[in-house]
Design a protein around this ligand. Structure first.
Ligand SMILES: N[C@@H](CCC(=O)N[C@@H](CS)C(=O)NCC(=O)O)C(=O)O
Length: 230
């Protein structure tokens, strides 16, 4: 049996979808190891040796370009960048196009993703109501949606071409209902998100691990999206 080129440490969730979408788009051979974050597997010593940050995703490349031993990568944006550089795809090579994509990749990693996480924490998970924190993060996610809406005026992709910037942002628009947005207020974001959902690689990535997804917060929404389109 030939060994998969990559091991993806995964649980069906937005940060992991970034990487599974990229792997599917790039047609790279990978094998999934499920890290059950509902059971705390992300904090176990064996996994921390792969991702010292104790979160999913992580990736091991068994065939790195330097010909050395297996290469471990954590942080989803770093993984996206690594895959784009390894393959020469999903990231423009010319400096201007590359900057366009990289700045939006960082915008997601430093702003849109973490703020969406805080909104969900204070709206859905926090045991103590904290209206001040909730209001702050809800205001900020609304602002970030408006920034994305403005950016998508007259363009099909966040950067000049489909890139790891779209791939990093899209899975964080998917749970818009859970962060309290109505996409009716952001029609360009809705159009862009709907168009990307037609990509076979995105559909394949979302379908992975449906059994593990069941019972989780995004299961029904993902199933609805997959059955509504096509
Ligand atoms: N900045 C990290 C964030 C990773 C992250 O928060 N992943 C979530 C799943 S989407 C997770 O591992 N949650 C488990 C936990 O919070 O313990 C990345 O982009 O890889």
């Amino acid at each position: 049996m030939t060994r998969a080129m990559m091991d993806l440490y995964y649980w069906p969730s937005p940060n992991c979808w970034k990487v599974s979408i990229a792997l599917e788009e790039l047609g790279l051979a990978y094998r999934i190891s499920f890290v059950n974050i509902r059971a705390g597997a992300q904090a176990e010593a064996g996994y921390l040796a792969i991702n010292p940050n104790g979160r999913v995703p992580a990736l091991i490349d068994h065939q790195p370009a330097d010909g050395g031993g297996p290469l471990r990568i954590f942080e989803s944006a770093a993984i996206l960048l690594y895959l784009a550089e390894k393959t020469g795809r999903l990231l423009p090579a010319a400096p201007r196009g590359r900057v366009e994509a990289l700045q939006w990749l960082m915008w997601q990693a430093a702003g849109f993703g973490p703020v969406a996480g805080q909104v969900r924490h204070f709206r859905d998970y926090s045991k103590e109501p904290n209206p001040g924190a909730t209001a702050r993060f809800v205001t900020e996610i609304e602002r970030l949606y408006a920034v994305l809406e403005h950016r998508l005026d007259g363009r099909d992709f966040v950067a000049d071409v489909y890139s790891i910037a779209d791939i990093s942002i899209w899975p964080f628009v998917l749970p818009y209902e859970r962060t309290g947005q109505s996409l009716a207020a952001f029609p360009r974001v809705a159009r862009w998100a709907g168009a990307l959902l037609e990509r076979p690689a995105i559909r394949r990535a979302l379908a992975l691990g449906a059994e593990q997804r069941r019972g989780g917060p995004l299961h029904e929404q993902v199933e609805r999206l997959l059955s509504a389109s096509n």
